[in-house]
Design a protein around this ligand. Structure first.
Ligand SMILES: [Mn+2]
Length: 257
């Protein structure tokens, strides 16, 4: 049976998405009310594991997340994007030559410091040598700081921006994302719900106009699911108080299972 990790931690959102902490239960409850088969015809049988988080103790929380992650899981539901730092750490411990594919409007590559936040989780993973920057792919990027732009252009991270998707077309860019994602042994996919346009998913910390449609994202994920090296996924930054966004989060989780 597949394991869904629930990570109810919003402390890494720096106050911008505190309701990310209630999203895991909201998403999983929504998922249980859905049909029991996803679009690809896979039955949705899973067991849930709740990771204990301490909202005023970031370091203990991250220790817990890493420990639970290292036991293996299929999909993790956050929580803010800082949880991906420790989820990936736990994953990479047991999986050599790992890579991470991030769907995100933002780069999350601000200057690295601890405790890690949703503004710098990816920078921390790279700076600390936990992932080779050549094994990092960002899809849907459309908002970043000068510091992030300069860091990324020197880093070797592969970026498929919204600009590129709108110019080249979804299928062409998805082909390139698939080719890039095959190059390492173990693939981790992280979906920040803000990769979607706010007209679809308004409930998130930093909504950014000009994003993917829900259908575009499902197209990417359903193709990526066909790769042999896919191991784990997460879905983060859902505001658990926003019904519309919770329902999309549940749909995404169902397609990732
Ligand atoms: Mn993010």
């Amino acid at each position: 049976m597949k394991t869904v990790l629930l990570v109810p931690f919003g402390g890494g959102s720096l106050g911008s998405n505190n309701n990310a902490s209630i999203a895991p239960l909201e998403v999983i409850n929504f998922l249980k009310r859905r049909d029991s088969v996803n679009e690809s015809g896979n039955s949705l049988s899973f067991s849930e594991v709740m990771v204990p988080v301490v909202n005023d103790d970031f370091s203990q929380t991250h220790i817990n997340i890493e420990r639970f992650s290292s036991h293996g899981f299929s999909v993790a539901v956050g929580g803010d994007h800082s949880i991906t730092y420790s989820l990936f750490r736990g994953f990479a411990k047991n999986n050599n030559d790992s890579g991470i594919l991030v769907f995100d409007a933002h780069a999350d590559c601000m200057h690295s410091f601890h405790p890690v936040t949703h503004e710098n989780f990816l920078r921390c993973l790279i700076d600390e040598g936990l992932v080779n920057p050549k094994n990092v792919i960002i899809v849907g990027l459309r908002a970043f700081d000068v510091e992030e732009r300069d860091f990324l252009s020197a880093s070797g991270v592969k970026i498929f921006s919204m600009l590129e998707i709108s110019r080249e077309g979804l299928n062409v860019v998805c082909d390139s994302v698939m080719s890039a994602s095959r190059l390492f042994s173990n693939l981790y996919i992280s979906v920040d719900i803000d990769v979607l346009d706010p007209s679809f998913a308004p409930g998130t910390g930093y909504p950014e106009p000009g994003g993917l449609t829900t259908r575009d994202l499902l197209y990417f994920l359903q193709r990526l699911k066909l790769l042999n090296n896919i191991r784990c996924c997460d879905v983060v930054e859902v505001d658990g108080s926003d019904f519309k966004t919770v329902s999309i989060g549940a749909k995404i989780v169902s397609e990732l299972l």
